[in-house]
Design a protein around this ligand. Structure first.
Ligand code: SF4
Length: 243
């Protein structure tokens, strides 16, 4: 994750606001509160995957499935040294692509997808990446989240790509009921103003990756959960600290 623009704020500093405030807050107010905190922490969130244009972003996002951004930023340039346009990519064999991207994991499927989507871009779109979510979703290896990332980060079209970090945080902050990522995306789009979606999806990813541990911890010390955190988290924390 790129930390270049991250404001270093002592996030686990003692809080003056207590979670009880959340009982009187509406979902909209909770969302506004979270947005303010995230803007303080990450005032200018940068796009974590390095890229030069929509095509290199699309390939980088495909590579990032179940892989860290750091690893993608190491490996993608090796691929782009050989091929950084769809025309150059289709001249590589699938197994050549696979050899280069192996450290990113899921290499056979990703290599096939990158080769296949490059062929379609050449055949149907003159070698350009289409700025249409439906056209993107029709490409191999490109699901709704990947298409949304490309729409918002390459074309500046408001979208709210929801990954596991965002999905989990939306549940913890009671902004969504956590049924599935589609539902979370719809809830967040309703709660946050359109013009903030681009920054907010990055800010939530950065926050989740940097501060939310996989194992249980004390949510009363978190500047966001301490105010709007879901009750179940506090019950769990209490029972973990019980003598
Ligand atoms: S309490 Fe923990 S899980 Fe909840 S937002 Fe804060 S750091 Fe993340």
């Amino acid at each position: 994750m790129s930390n270049g623009s991250i404001a270093r704020v002592p996030i686990f500093a003692p809080m003056t606001i207590r979670r009880s405030a959340s009982n009187t807050m509406s979902r909209k107010e909770k969302a506004a509160f979270a947005a303010r905190k995230l803007a303080d922490l990450y005032p200018r969130p940068s796009i974590p995957l390095h890229h030069q244009d929509p095509y290199t972003l699309l390939v980088a996002v495909v590579l990032s499935a179940q892989c860290t951004d750091k690893k993608v930023n190491e490996i993608a340039p090796l691929l782009f040294r050989k091929a950084r346009t769809p025309g150059q990519m289709v001249k590589l064999r699938v197994d050549e692509i696979e050899d280069i991207i192996r450290p990113c994991g899921l290499a056979p499927a990703k290599a096939k997808g990158i080769h296949g989507l490059s062929e379609i871009l050449l055949e149907k779109y003159d070698g350009e990446v289409p700025d249409s979510i439906m056209a993107l979703e029709a490409l191999p290896s490109v699901g709704h989240k990947t298409a949304s990332v490309v729409m918002v980060q390459a074309f500046g079209v408001p979208a709210f790509p929801v990954d596991t970090h965002i999905h989990r945080l939306a549940w913890r902050w009671t902004l969504s009921n956590g049924r599935n990522v589609e539902h979370t995306e719809a809830d967040l789009k309703k709660l946050f103003p359109r013009e903030k979606w681009a920054d907010l999806h990055l800010q939530m990813i950065y926050f989740g990756r940097e501060y939310c541990p996989a194992k249980c911890h004390d949510p009363r010390k978190c500047p966001i959960c301490s105010v709007i955190g879901r009750r179940a988290m506090f019950d769990r924390a209490k029972s973990n600290t019980a003598p």
